[in-house]
Design a protein around this ligand. Sequence first.
Ligand code: NAP
Length: 253
Amino acid sequence: MTMKVDDPRTYQPPRDLLQDRVILVTGAGAGIGRAAAKSFAEHGATVILLGRTVRKLESIYDEILEAGGPQPGIVPMDLAKALAPEYLELKDSLDKEYGRLDGLLHNASILGERSPIEQQDIAVWHDVLHVNLTAPFVLTQVLFPLLRDSGDASIVFTSSGVGRRGRAFWGAYAVSKFGTEGLSQVIADETSEAGIIRSNCINPGKTRTGMRRAAYPAEDPGTLLTPEEIMGPYLYLMGADSRGVTGQSLDCQ
Ligand code: NAP
């Protein structure tokens, strides 16, 4: 049964919202991805923790088990460097272990450099576009068969305010987030007929993480919401209450 939700920002999910769902979170080692992985597990999901720093993934793995959550999976993967064999190996191991994928949160991103277009370093531009946009595309493409096998799968992309309106000095990062919104909409349009995969974006808004600190070093972090405080839309889009919602871009704040 689905519940009508007026505002995903204040969504109050049942404790068992994500029971028996298998959800992959990229960039699960820190910030918003870490909070999302823990929150999904608290609501019953088996989370697959993908990230580039194994130590961080292991500590979240331990925290989830200590809190009584389902045993997570760990996928050490650097999205800046991963090549086809690594993606295929991931798909095969998820297939073997779970036989499907119910949720895919594309959360990992890099900021690149804050500078005018005239001075954007071309190598950094490539890295940002690769990690923030190309890697989510490849990951989604490779995992499509497993998402289809779910029968009710949710793909969630992470956007940003600068992915909807360009702003000075946000260069490659802003462009990557515009691309993210576009990719999500294309997938939503391609899958809407079958109704078994939904694709949406979330804009977290200014949130107390390492990335925010890097972008605004002089800001008082105490004025920002924590990742744990913005989980409403993430839980909403991952659970059954958002069935039929696709091609949208939600705000957390
Ligand atoms: P964060 O604190 O910098 O965390 C980003 C995570 O992504 C880290 O776990 C990082 O791994 C991982 N990551 C980065 N590059 C990777 C790679 N090549 N391969 C695998 N994992 C990689 O950032 P955040 O603030 O939580 O941001 C999460 C998402 O929200 C991003 O998409 C960001 O653009 C978006 N967002 C954030 C804000 C905000 O105010 N914080 C606002 C709008 C949008 P390591 O821990 O190993 O470095």
